[in-house]
Design a protein around this ligand. Structure first.
Ligand SMILES: [Fe+2]
Length: 414
């Protein structure tokens, strides 16, 4: 079974789970909350929204963008609402599972501390009643709470860009490059949610950082070529500030990446698809290497890491000067496992968006969502003397961020 098929099966299973969850919520609301006289209208409105939002998802999954339409004017809030409905039920569903496990553990601990609760006495009934009622409140309210958060997020939010600055020590850095300023942005996701108005404030912020170069580590576009004019506008503006070096991410490969590459080239950006560029200062130079996102791994038995290793080797063997500072842009940070064993000094990545929800300041904590799934997902890592910086992303494809703001990175080499 190809990975694309596997992905589709997985996606459909999630879809079915969402529909099941929608059905449970519907049943509970129509039984307990909605008055009899409004039940019919509630039922029509609820299922109209539920079905149209799922149709949107199915079209997205199977049309490979053939049915992508540019959403404008009064359709925009409707689109945002349907999108937020899906996100809400998805996150509501996850949240509900977590709450259920938590309540179950709580109940287990209570019954261990006080074994009498095993018996049907009055206190155990009230404890049980408490747990059941809390579970019911959580179940009934989460999708709607999540919908509210998502909906407001689409209008208000996730727009408070933050500059994260780091000084990076590079052994053997030529003095000509001491203090070299790299501004990194990543995962812009230009599309229906990320437009010119969203991006405009970032230009002034980047300008104020006085970068020597700007690097963009993939997911420039959110799936569709319809938004290439915004890409053209943004990258022309970036190039007015400093030379731009960019790579492609997984989302850039969903629609044909050739259109994106052409648009980027027209803005004078250096789009590096398994290529490199030499940055010169006097008689010294450093290599900036751009690796493509190995989208082919979905269709073959080879892993993403194997592709990345091959891509790196193919560029490395063509380097004119191999023994100088090598900076690699690679969209997915997980490939640091391989890249840290190569003659590389600094790897720049994105993709994870920092998990978007970090309930703890500690990135190792399981309250920082992505730490449960990913080894490298945010900020700076140094292993084998090689640095990896993972940017939190400038945009998003779902608009909920908690304690993980959209990021502009300033890396100063010394
Ligand atoms: Fe990505």
């Amino acid at each position: 079974m190809s990975r694309i098929l596997l992905f589709q099966v997985f996606f459909i299973s999630i879809l079915l789970l969402l529909i099941l969850f929608e059905f449970i919520i519907y049943k509970r609301w129509s039984k307990r909350i909605v008055q009899d006289k409004y039940k019919k209208i509630f039922s029509w409105v609820y299922w109209f929204i539920a079905i149209s939002s799922k149709l949107g998802l199915i079209l997205f999954l199977f049309s490979r963008n053939r049915f992508y339409i540019e959403i404008q004017g009064f359709l925009k809030p409707i689109y945002y609402f349907l999108l937020s409905w899906n996100y809400a039920f998805f996150f509501g569903f996850l949240f509900w599972i977590i709450c259920f496990i938590f309540l179950y553990i709580l109940y287990y601990i209570f019954s261990k501390i006080n074994p009498s609760s095993e018996k049907q006495n009055s206190s155990s009934i009230s404890r049980k009643a408490f747990l059941t009622t809390s579970a019911a409140i959580i179940l009934d309210s989460t999708p709607f709470l999540a919908a509210g958060m998502n909906f407001s997020g689409m209008y208000l939010g996730s727009k408070d860009f933050v500059v994260f600055s780091k000084k990076i020590k590079i052994d053997g850095l030529p003095s000509a490059f001491s203090g070299f300023r790299i501004v990194q942005i990543s995962d812009i996701h230009i599309g229906s949610l990320i437009n010119e108005a969203y991006l405009k404030p970032t230009l002034e912020m980047i300008l104020s950082l006085k970068p020597d170069i700007i690097v963009v580590t993939g997911d420039i576009l959110d799936n569709s070529r319809l938004y290439l004019s915004t890409v053209g506008w943004y990258f022309r503006k970036l190039n007015e500030i400093a030379p731009v070096y960019a790579i492609l991410g997984n989302h850039d490969h969903i629609d044909s990446p050739l259109f994106l590459i052409k648009t980027l080239q027209q803005t004078n950006s250096n789009i590096l698809v398994n290529q490199y560029s030499e940055i010169k200062r006097g008689k010294y130079s450093l290599n900036i290497i751009g690796l493509d996102y190995p989208i082919k791994h979905f269709e073959t038995k080879k892993t993403r890491s194997q592709f990345t290793e091959e891509y790196f080797e193919s560029v490395y063997k063509n380097l004119i000067k191999k023994d100088q500072i090598n900076i690699v842009m690679n969209h997915h940070p997980a490939e640091f496992e391989i890249l840290k064993k190569k003659p590389i000094h600094l790897v720049l990545a994105g993709h994870t968006h920092g998990g978007q929800i970090m309930l703890s300041e500690n990135r190792e904590s399981s309250l920082s969502l992505a730490s449960n799934f990913l080894k490298y997902y945010v900020d700076l890592y140094t292993e084998n003397g090689v640095h990896l910086y993972v940017n939190r992303g400038l945009g998003h494809w779902f608009p909920l961020r908690i304690n993980c703001p959209p990021e502009i990175t300033l890396l100063e080499l010394y």
